[in-house]
Design a protein around this ligand. Structure first.
Ligand code: IFM
Length: 452
């Protein structure tokens, strides 16, 4: 029998066990899936505390252009759209930083491309490092806080060939790269994200096969999830030893899983299982130092802040997709679909904030945004999410920043260039950037909130 079939049978058994346990608590558990009456809400009624941090976010492989890494290999091997020149940001970064100033943000989340810095094992490209250092100086000169991410889905091909995060022995390479970057920039950079969206990376690369290395194995997925947590913990511990005043966190994609039919004895445990694997196991690692049956003691308390990436909720039932082609995003009757296919569900931002609040560290919203090429949905999407955040803060949640994904249209991984997430439209022929109406709205919100 095909390996995947075995894995699905084992997963089926696991679902059955969770189902049994779930039944016991079934009556006692609530089904929190609020839907607000948006027509009755004035989303312009925002109040953000003094000092609230406003930002945008990008990632190296998605904007810099002309990379040579695990992703470019995969684009070729899997016949995906090529990232190519992307936004040519490696050459145009000064102009792009003008765009940040134009919107008025005071924080910029970006990622460092490991494959540029260490194109082959132990060979360091100092010129590339000094470009990142110049970027940091330029941002600081504009009064913009640099927030680098050390791993945002891409890494050197040589590291992928060694097995990347699938092999625990490789984590030392990630640690030494991280130390190198930290040593070069931590005299000026205070806030760092270690890893972006570990669960997305694991699931897309090792279950659905839509990210490199294109594997389809549940066992490997779980191993990668644990190794990414180990990698984060190692980096956290080492970098804090070097500069205790720096703040380090993970950017965690909190996707919510809601049962298609909340009274179905199947949909409910399935959604609970997915929610546990996606969110719960990760949070437990941070609170308890153990993940999916493995002890990771250094994970416990390894966050100075939690980075929250929030996009949507998935409505789940018995049928679980085994590839992205099979992904069909269900929507509630009252929900609008985004171009990506999943629904706009701003209410979920509050649930995600409440979920990470239990970690008892400040919350930085490290990503939130929508693919919307004609900018017809983004204005509403932006305002609803900001309103939800503003209300959460009023209710005492410690949210200290908001970074919109993304500054400009860019290479959306397996989806290529058709998904446009930018506050700026990018003409990929001419590299011209144009502020969208939603970008103007964001600029105005930032401006008026600084007067509050
Ligand atoms: O573009 C991605 C980003 O790289 C990670 N978070 C989600 C974004 C939109 O899909």
């Amino acid at each position: 029998m095909d390996d995947l079939v075995w894995q699905i049978l084992i997963a089926g058994f696991a679902i059955f066990v969770v189902f049994k346990i779930s039944l016991i608590t079934y009556r006692r558990r609530a089904f929190p899936e609020p839907h607000y009456k948006w027509d009755e809400i004035d989303t312009g009624d925002l109040s953000f505390p003094e000092g609230f941090i406003w930002g945008t976010a990008t990632a190296a492989h998605q904007i810099e252009g002309n990379q040579s890494n695990n992703w470019t290999d995969f684009e070729e091997r899997a016949g995906k759209e090529r990232s190519g020149e992307a936004c040519d940001h490696w050459n145009l970064w000064r102009d792009d930083f003008n765009l940040l100033s134009e919107i008025g943000v005071n924080s910029y989340r970006f990622s460092i491309e490991w494959s540029r810095l260490e194109p082959s094992p132990g060979e360091w490209n100092e010129k590339a490092m000094s470009t990142y250092s110049d970027m940091v100086d330029d941002l600081l000169g504009r009064g913009i806080r640099p927030m680098p991410t050390l791993h945002h889905f891409s890494h050197p091909s040589w590291w992928e060939e060694k097995g990347g995060f699938a092999d625990e022995r490789n984590l030392v390479d990630f640690l030494s790269y991280s130390e190198r970057v930290f040593d070069a920039l931590s005299d000026r950079v205070e806030v760092w994200c270690t890893i972006n969206e570990p669960t997305v990376f694991s699931a897309m690369g090792y279950t659905l096969g839509q990210f490199p290395p294109g594997r389809r194995s549940i066992f490997l997925t779980l191993r990668v999830m644990k190794n990414m947590m180990r990698a984060h913990s190692m980096v956290y511990k080492r970098l804090k030893e070097r500069a205790p005043e720096c703040k380090l966190g993970i950017a965690k994609n909190v996707t919510l899983f809601d049962p298609a039919n909340r009274w179905s004895p199947i949909d409910w445990p399935v959604s609970r299982l997915l929610e546990w694997l996606w969110n719960g196991a990760w949070r437990r690692a941070i609170t308890r130092g153990s993940m999916l049956g493995s002890r990771i003691p250094d994970a416990k308390g390894s966050l100075d802040f939690v980075g929250l990436n929030y996009y949507t909720h998935f409505i789940t039932g018995l049928f679980l997709p085994t590839s992205t082609e099979e992904l069909s995003f269900a929507k509630r009757e009252n929900e609008v679909g985004t171009e990506f296919g999943y629904p706009m569900y701003a209410e979920g931002m509050r649930r995600a904030i409440d979920f990470v609040s239990e970690l008892e560290v400040p919350i930085e919203i490290t990503e939130n945004g929508v693919a919307d090429s004609d900018d017809s949905l983004r204005p509403v999407h932006l305002m609803r999410h900001l309103w939800v955040i503003s209300e959460a803060i009023k209710d005492g949640r410690d949210v200290i920043s908001y970074h919109h994904w993304s500054l400009m249209d860019n290479f959306e991984w397996a989806e290529g260039y058709k998904m446009r997430f930018g506050l700026y439209h990018v003409d990929f022929e001419t590299q011209e950037r144009t502020l969208r109406p939603s970008g103007e709205i964001y600029r105005d919100v930032i401006k008026s909130s600084s007067k509050m």
